[in-house]
Ligand binder design. Structure first.
Ligand SMILES: [Zn+2]
Length: 246
């Protein structure tokens, strides 16, 4: 899935000065707290109203609005610690995470149903954006927090639960991509299919072994699985028949 990125800057009175990329150490997630809103509504609000507050990004099911450039300071996690932080377990990063050293992502609540919750599409878009920013600014997963962790504010309300937050953070983990260089490296259950595709000339390797199937094919595990699904569904039948293999 990929979202559409729209640049629509907030009014200048809503955010602070410049910073270097090297100052960005933390990623902070928020919720907008508006039941049934969209990224465009939020971006328009912060463009049209000076409220001395901001976030870098607003995310919904299809769009990400960039409201403050990464290299400008958003006024998103400042303010004092909530008095009940000690009781709720929030505010543990108070004083460590600041507006200057963090990027803030706000998640919208696209389903208007009287309940504060982000849709699956919004959560996934927020995670994709989060991963991109983590990579761009070398932010480790251990430096990803909630607004709750900074000031104790119940934000995002639906990720205060430790298990829910852990589940969301799993989406931010780097995917380890398993790749197979040659036919013989592929799990045996999948080898006959991949061999048939190579024999039929449907799947071509690097040509280093013209007489056999020891070419470098360099396929990811997901690619192998997809080829097997398509093969089983008959997607290659015509070409296999033409090659006299089916
Ligand atoms: Zn927040």
């Amino acid at each position: 899935m990929s979202y559409k990125l729209v640049d629509q800057l907030a009014a200048p009175g809503n955010y602070g000065g410049s910073r270097a990329a090297s100052q960005i150490k933390y990623l902070v997630f928020h919720y907008t707290g508006n039941d049934g809103d969209k990224a465009a509504n939020n971006a328009a609000y912060f463009r049209n109203n000076v409220v001395k507050a901001s976030a870098h990004y607003f995310v919904d099911d299809t769009c990400v609005y960039r409201s403050v450039p990464d290299l400008r300071v958003a006024w998103a996690v400042g303010g004092s610690k909530y008095p009940n932080a000690a009781a709720t377990g929030g505010g543990t990063m108070y004083g460590k995470i600041t507006n200057t050293n963090s990027i803030s992502i706000e998640m919208c609540d696209t389903i208007r149903n009287g309940v504060y919750q982000a849709s699956e599409a919004t959560l996934e878009n927020a995670a994709v954006l989060g991963r991109e920013l983590m990579e761009k600014y070398a932010i480790p997963l251990s430096n990803v927090y909630r607004h709750f962790d900074v000031t104790g504010k119940h934000c995002p309300s639906y990720l205060i639960n430790a298990r829910k937050w852990a589940e969301f953070k799993e989406r931010l983990e780097e995917e380890t991509v398993v790749r197979y260089q040659r036919l013989k490296d592929i799990p045996t259950a999948f080898q006959p299919t991949i061999k048939a595709l190579m024999d039929a000339g449907i799947l071509l390797g690097d040509g280093s072994d013209p007489d056999g199937n020891n070419d470098v094919i360099d396929l990811s595990h997901d690619q192998v699985r997809t080829l097997v699904f398509v093969y089983r569904g008959g997607g290659f039948d015509e070409k296999l028949k033409a090659a006299g293999l089916k």
